[in-house]
Design a protein around this ligand. Structure first.
Ligand code: KG4
Ligand code: ZN
Length: 342
């Protein structure tokens, strides 16, 4: 497998971050993210129409900043990669329109990237030598999946959430506890020094499964808030929520690695920014003798570096999706059928 040398411009607008990044000479040269957190926090969650409008306002300045930080101009580009699925269709359309306009105007190949493939490959941006297969836990606001990465482009989904995603569980619990949006970071912050065993919360599915379920946790947090009223200790509650989510994620991932005798485990997606999860999964992998890796924080939450990197892989294989591809709110992970080649 050889990655395209670039320069490739990556664009990501599938949810609430407008991001552009440049891949050149085998590395990420810039990764600019304009977050909409301040905008959406007034409503306590992402409002799709507002997200799309904010992407329209930010997309050109963010593209310009990514190019200028990389010391390049648009004429230097050799390809474009853009998230086209899954996510908020109105939001994705903004990035896709910008990408297609650039590709069409400058005659560049263009690659439509699955957002979760971006998250999966983010594990390899700083660790190209990770052994295959690598077991990846993808945890974000919309996804919770255990994926066996056999090679770049060859993915096997081993397990997934049957209801809420892990990030959603953080976000909904934080809202119930009045800790604000986005919930993951708020809960992590509040949990510092708290007693994770103070409140017993469910960890979803029991037994020998590779799937997850977080909807029972949300109901339990709702009941806890009702029952405890003013006497609820928010620090202990945040620590207990974090513990419930983190333990089931880390333990089930480690057990799957052990069952499959996989020697390498990666943690990716927005929830991979959670320090308790990074620590617990690292500890479980060390006990198994498996290598553990998680990307730098800037490559965990949504970013275009991972999209540019996925583009370097796909454009490096000679793929070009042309200008006719669509955007999709839902989509299966793509798998290539032949081994990656030149
Ligand atoms: O990957 P991402 O940026 O966007 C999606 O693709 O969904 O993930 C966003 C999710 C949110 O649910 C947010 O609460 C969660 O990642 N998150 C965290 C932390 N930072 C972000 N969850 C737990 N701890 C964190 N430090
Ligand atoms: Zn994401």
């Amino acid at each position: 497998m050889s990655l395209h040398p670039g320069p490739i411009l990556g664009i990501e607008t599938s949810c609430d971050e407008t991001s552009a990044a440049v891949w050149a000479d085998g590395e990420i040269r810039s990764n600019v993210v304009a977050s909409q957190i301040a905008l959406h926090s007034q409503w306590g969650g992402v409002v799709p129409e507002a997200a799309a409008r904010a992407h329209v306002e930010s997309v050109v300045p963010v593209l310009e900043a990514a190019l200028s930080e990389a010391g390049l101009s648009v004429g230097d580009l050799k390809g474009v990669a853009v998230t086209n699925r899954p996510g908020l269709v109105g939001a994705i359309n903004v990035g896709v329109t910008a990408a297609k306009t650039l590709a069409s105007f400058h005659g560049l190949p263009i690659c439509a990237v699955h957002h979760i493939e971006g998250h999966l490959l983010s594990a390899f941006i700083e660790h190209r030598e990770l052994p295959m297969p690598t077991l990846a836990l993808v945890v974000s606001g919309g996804h919770t999946e255990l994926v066996l990465v056999r090679a770049f482009g060859r993915y096997e989904v081993l397990g997934e959430t049957l209801d809420d995603a892990a990030g959603e569980a953080f976000d909904k619990s934080a809202r119930l506890l009045g800790l604000g949006y986005p919930g993951g970071r708020a809960i992590q912050k509040r949990a510092t020094g708290g007693n994770p065993e103070r409140y017993r919360l469910p960890q979803g599915l029991e037994g020998d499964t590779r799937n997850f379920s977080f909807s029972g946790l949300k109901t339990a947090v709702m009941r806890l808030v009702d029952q405890e009223g003013d006497s609820l200790d928010l620090t202990d509650a945040a620590a207990s929520v974090q513990h419930a989510i983190v333990s089931v994620l880390a333990d089930r991932t480690a057990r799957t690695a052990e069952d499959l005798n996989v020697r390498s485990v990666a943690l990716v997606g927005g929830v991979a920014a959670n320090q308790a999860l990074r620590d617990r999964l690292a500890m479980r992998c060390a006990r198994l003798g498996a290598a553990f890796s998680a990307p730098a924080m800037e490559y965990c939450t949504d970013n275009a570096a991972m999209i540019a990197f996925a583009g370097a892989f796909r454009l490096g294989r000679g793929e070009d999706d042309g200008l006719e591809f669509d955007v999709h709110s839902n989509a299966e992970l793509p798998s290539v059928t032949s081994p990656a080649s030149g």
